[in-house]
Design a binder for this molecule. Structure first.
Ligand code: 4AD
Ligand code: MG
Length: 465
């Protein structure tokens, strides 16, 4: 069996040869004595044009009456067609129907909206849009592994089930075997999680960071790449309940090393996708986001901006003075909202922008306290079109400072005893970040809703198939 991708890669080589391909019908045209079938087998973005002649094909009528999306296996001779739009076609000598498609196939030729396609999760991978998005997703994932592996990073699989809330945001999905109709109770009447499967309350992880830090303090440079879960009740175009995160962690490194790594990684992945997915990007640039190719090229080749949170607030305040309206009022201490992030990166700098040194009060417990104690060594990377794509920081490596912070936030120090131990036995400066993989795929494709870059999205009120 030959893949259509192989035919396009080596058309000259295949010219005149007999090959067999298997795929799904995109369209059929019947001209009575001859006809055309376009077939896609998923191996590449392009379709194969099959020519069939009534004289050469015993079951010509059976094939001519197939519906869109029927599964066919076709054998024939590859004919080079230098004067036609496609470089070759297949002159069929045999076509077998592997599985017919019913006439009510919901994705007929006309362009369907992404909203409608979300109701067809099982069929939408057969459309141009989703074939482009999900190949890019796959190529980007491989590029991320290559980037880190080439630099000697160790890939760590951090646990999905965990007992701690790394981000302290209280947005966890609980994992339990307790029967809600009949839970064990403590004497005070609360649910007794000591009777639960793990002997205490367990949840799905919101981040692999704390476990990655653990490995960074043994392997030096590590990364995780896995699913994370957040029960955020925000029904937006950028939030999913289940999403994938890439979290590198580097030892003997500070915040500036961390930003260098993030910038190098983003540029590497963009380049790799631009080099590998030319057909897919061309389609997306035509139908989804006109400026896509220019933007990717620009980002891959120019330095990212780096400014402090305090300077960012000053820029936003100046914008307000100049008459710009934000729904959420700007003042030092606020958590930057999407509208602020997008203003900075889309209108002010027009470039991916690192904002650093946020107020300690709005950031997680593990971030390293800056001199003066008001801010932490945090960084968010903001990109045009999306806002925050990366969140990272230098970690608090000083035991006394970390213990004081845990106490201040009234966290259970017992739950973090191993994490604190790492500060007792050979602590060192270290830093890391989390890249939201879906947000990266949105950025790479120009697709504006996170639901359209996840094969089977899980969002508030939606867990289908
Ligand atoms: O900024 P966050 O919360 O950072 C962390 O979890 C750190 N522990 C990372 C680290 O330093 N190792 O999340 C990191 C990124 C965000 O910038 C965003 O891209 C993505 O994860 N993200 C989401 N993506 C989709 N849906 C959600 N609900 C997301 N929440 C965060
Ligand atoms: Mg964040």
């Amino acid at each position: 069996r030959t893949k259509i991708a192989q035919l396009y890669a080596d058309a000259e080589e295949f010219g005149g040869q007999v090959v067999t391909v298997a795929g799904w019908v995109r369209s059929i045209r019947d001209m009575k004595n001859f006809g055309f079938v376009t077939l896609n087998d998923g191996s590449c973005f392009r379709d194969l044009q099959i020519v069939m002649n009534r004289d050469d094909l015993a079951n010509y009528d059976e094939i001519a009456h197939q519906n869109v999306s029927a599964a066919l296996i076709a054998t024939g001779t590859v004919k080079l067609t230098p004067d036609a739009p496609q470089p070759f076609e297949l002159a069929a000598t045999q076509i077998v129907v592997e599985g017919a498609s019913a006439p009510d196939y919901p994705l007929q030729k006309k362009r369907a909206t992404p909203e409608f396609l979300r109701t067809q999760q099982h069929l939408r991978p057969r459309t141009n849009l989703f074939r482009a998005v999900f190949r890019i997703r796959s190529v980007a994932a491989a590029a991320i592994h290559t980037f880190f592996q080439d630099r000697g990073f160790v890939y760590v699989n951090t646990p999905i089930i965990t007992a701690n809330d790394a981000e302290g945001a209280g947005e966890m999905f609980h994992v339990t075997t307790i029967d809600p109709a009949n839970p064990p109770r403590t004497e005070a009447g609360a649910i007794d999680y000591r009777e639960d499967f793990f002997g205490k309350k367990a949840s799905l992880t919101v981040s692999g960071q704390l476990n990655a830090e653990n490995f960074a303090l043994a392997f030096g440079d590590v990364y995780t790449f896995g699913p994370t879960f957040r029960a955020e009740n925000s029904n937006t175009a950028r939030h999913a309940a289940e999403f994938w995160m890439i979290e590198p962690e580097i030892a003997f490194a500070d915040l500036s090393d961390d930003m260098d790594l993030a910038e190098a990684m983003l540029k590497y992945v963009i380049r790799r996708v631009m080099d590998t997915c030319t057909d897919e990007l061309a389609m997306l640039a035509r139908f989804v986001d006109k400026g896509l190719l220019e933007r990717l090229e620009h980002v891959a080749s120019s330095p990212f901006v780096r400014i402090t949170y305090t300077d960012a607030i000053a820029i936003l305040e100046q914008a307000v003075e100049a008459g710009h309206h934000f729904d959420y009022p700007v003042s030092w201490g606020i958590d930057l909202q999407t509208e602020h992030e997008r203003f900075l990166t889309e209108e002010h700098f027009r470039q991916p922008t690192f904002v650093t040194d946020y107020p300690a009060a709005i950031k997680a417990f593990y971030m390293r306290l800056n001199e003066g104690g008001k801010t932490v060594a945090a960084m968010d990377c903001l990109v045009p079109g999306i806002g925050e794509i990366i969140g990272g920081s230098q970690r608090e490596e000083r035991l006394d400072v970390l213990e004081a912070r845990i106490a201040e936030l009234k966290m259970d120090a017992q739950e973090y005893s191993h994490y604190l131990d790492l500060r007792r036995y050979g602590s060192c400066r270290h830093a890391g970040f989390g890249l939201g993989f879906e947000r990266l795929v949105m950025y790479l494709t120009g697709v504006s809703n996170i639901r359209d870059v996840i094969p089977h999205p899980r969002t508030v009120g939606n867990v289908e198939f």
